[in-house]
Design a protein around this ligand. Structure first.
Ligand code: KG4
Ligand code: ZN
Length: 373
């Protein structure tokens, strides 16, 4: 006898992606729709909260409809609605929370509140399970994106015949998130927005040892991060090298003409710029890897998870993989599609809470600073 799979509709609107997904039993993605607002925020070099909320309002209904259509299910087939409650931009979150609440209440289905960061953890679990691998816990999870750079200790214990996950914060950034540093440096260099993917593509063409950046000096919690220093160091480097200014302007103009490809931008970049890009990336990546492994050792974790937009970075993946092979600890990444914000991860996290018996009600509200516990 086969038991019926639980179908969870996930809804995510915490930042600049309106997303909806249907996931069966926390492991099988039936649909995963993401409407990105990159084109809207690009000209401002970052997310503009008012524009994000307005766009979520425009997108939420068609995105949810498309998620159901692609999954070939009707709303009544859904077993629960899981929605991101926070952290994030409050106006953006409110769109998803309100819509999720109305859907669940009108359908008479359970409503599950999900922490966005917990979603990033479950992006890893979802795909590992889909591949037939069950990661060993406790794990240390590095969530590294445009909004967050944070390390959690992840454990689970039995609950209602399922698992309840717990999260303890080990450390986090005191200033910029790593993705924010990528975006700001890309902006200074005339490489457009978002900065991570283009820096990822250009860095292999430069010498990562050409420019030296000093390690951030952390007092207090040794597992904290700081990325504002490196951003300022890039700014000072550019001031010291005014000869790089014309090519920065040339790249800005190319972007304004819509020439955004890595090849186009690379052809407008000198060796000195490519060296700077490569050195910046190496400094950020080696810091992320070193802090995560230090935390893993102190917490005797059995696996490492790396999730969030910056987890899509090629050098970050390579560094983690080679370090983990040397140390004999398994590292798990989501696919690139599940590294950045999406709703499949919210549905997967929602499924674990659904099984553990967690339910939200009509009083559910968006929380911009919701902590993960
Ligand atoms: O998780 P995400 O989609 O949204 C946030 O919650 O922030 O992450 C977006 C961030 C941006 O800062 C972007 O520049 C960065 O992730 N990013 C990357 C890469 N792809 C996206 N950073 C480095 N390398 C990449 N390949
Ligand atoms: Zn995120």
């Amino acid at each position: 006898m086969t038991t019926k799979e639980h179908l969870i509709l996930g809804i995510e609107s915490s930042c600049d992606e309106t997303a909806a997904a249907v996931v069966a039993d926390g492991r099988r993605i039936l649909s995963n729709i993401v409407a990105s607002q990159n084109d809207i925020h690009r000209k401002y070099g970052g997310v503009v909260p008012e524009l994000a909320s307005r766009e979520h309002l425009r997108q939420i209904v068609p995105v949810v409809r498309e998620a159901l259509e692609q999954a070939h299910i009707a709303l009544r087939d859904v077993d629960a609605v899981a929605v991101t409650q926070g952290p994030g931009l409050v106006g953006a979150l409110l769109v998803g929370v309100t819509y999720g609440k109305v859907l669940a209440l009108s359908l008479g289905k359970p409503l599950i509140a999900v922490n966005h960061l917990e979603g990033h953890v479950h992006a890893v679990l979802l795909e590992a399970r889909a591949a037939g691998r069950e990661p060993q816990l406790p794990a240390v999870c590095l969530i590294v994106s445009g909004g967050h750079t944070i390390l959690y200790h992840v454990t689970s214990e039995p609950a209602n015949g399922a698992s309840r996950f717990s999260y303890t914060r080990i450390g986090g950034t005191r200033d910029d998130a790593a993705g924010e540093a990528y975006d700001k440096v890309a902006r200074m260099l005339g490489l457009g927005y978002p900065g991570g993917p283009i820096i990822d593509r250009l860095a292999p063409h430069g010498d990562p040892h050409a420019v030296r950046f000093s390690e951030p000096k952390m007092t207090g919690n040794p597992y904290d991060f700081s990325f504002s220093g490196i951003k300022t160091a890039v700014l000072y480097h550019l001031r010291k090298h005014p000869e790089l200014e014309p090519e920065i302007e040339a790249r800005r103009q190319a972007l304004a003409r819509g020439e955004r490809s890595a090849d186009a931008l690379r052809s407008l970049s000198s060796a000195a710029t490519l060296d700077l890009v490569a050195s910046f990336q190496r400094a950020v990546v080696s810091n992320l890897v070193a802090q995560t492994f230090a935390a893993t050792e102190i917490h005797t974790a059995r696996s490492i998870f790396v999730s969030g937009g910056v987890a899509a970075n090629s050098e970050l993946r390579r560094s983690f993989e080679s370090e983990s092979a040397q140390r004999g600890i398994e590292v798990f990444f989501p696919s690139r599609a599940l590294s950045t914000d999406n709703a499949a991860m919210i549905a997967a996290a929602g499924h674990a809470r659904f099984l553990a018996g967690d339910r939200a009600d009509s009083t559910l509200n968006a929380e911009a600073n919701l902590p993960l516990t």
